[in-house]
Design a binder for this molecule. Structure first.
Ligand code: FES
Ligand code: FES
Length: 166
């Protein structure tokens, strides 16, 4: 039931339009999880430190715990649920599996969205740039080496497919 604080909101997520009622204080992370039922976006620290809640908004990685849902109206939002094409995993998802880039998996959607956005912008990231990139998200149960290996592998796949398309 609508309350006085709620307002209608239309969100474009993974190519689908969601017609919602939200309060102005609702974060994008909570709205994606609780209203759109896209629970792949995880919430850890809720204050912009861990990166578990990272989604892609208009091509940029965004910490969805720091963005109000109403700020996302009219923008194109992508979550981890939109990375695969049917049964075909994205190059990064495949590389995370092949390189054992996760243990508990709680941080994984955030890493996937962060690195997807970065590699889509520039698949030619060098090792130092990849290290710098993944250092912005927190994984509490790996030594980051396998995550780095996964991102390197996916970068190679994306470079090759870009060259093949040229
Ligand atoms: Fe958003 Fe940690 S839950 S940065
Ligand atoms: Fe467990 Fe990253 S795989 S926190």
């Amino acid at each position: 039931m609508s309350t006085q604080q709620e307002q209608p909101l239309s969100l474009n997520v993974n190519g689908r339009t969601y017609k919602l009622l939200v309060e102005q204080r609702d974060t994008l992370a909570d709205t994606l999880r609780n209203q759109c039922k896209l629970t792949g976006t995880h919430i850890g620290c809720e204050h912009g430190v861990c990166g578990a809640c990272t989604v892609i908004v208009d091509g940029e990685p965004v910490r969805s715990c720091l963005m109000f849902a109403v700020q996302a109206e009219g923008k194109t939002i992508r979550t981890v649920e939109g990375l695969a094409s049917g049964e075909k995993l994205s190059p990064l998802q495949q590389a995370f599996i092949e390189n054992h880039g996760l243990q508990c998996g709680f941080c994984t959607p955030g890493f996937l969205m962060l690195t997807t956005a970065a590699l889509e912008q520039n698949p030619d990231l060098d090792d130092d740039q990849i290290k710098d990139l993944v250092s912005s998200n927190i994984c509490r149960c790996t030594g980051y080496q396998n995550i780095l290996a996964a991102v390197r592998q996916a970068a190679g796949v994306m470079q090759a497919s870009r060259q093949a398309a040229e």
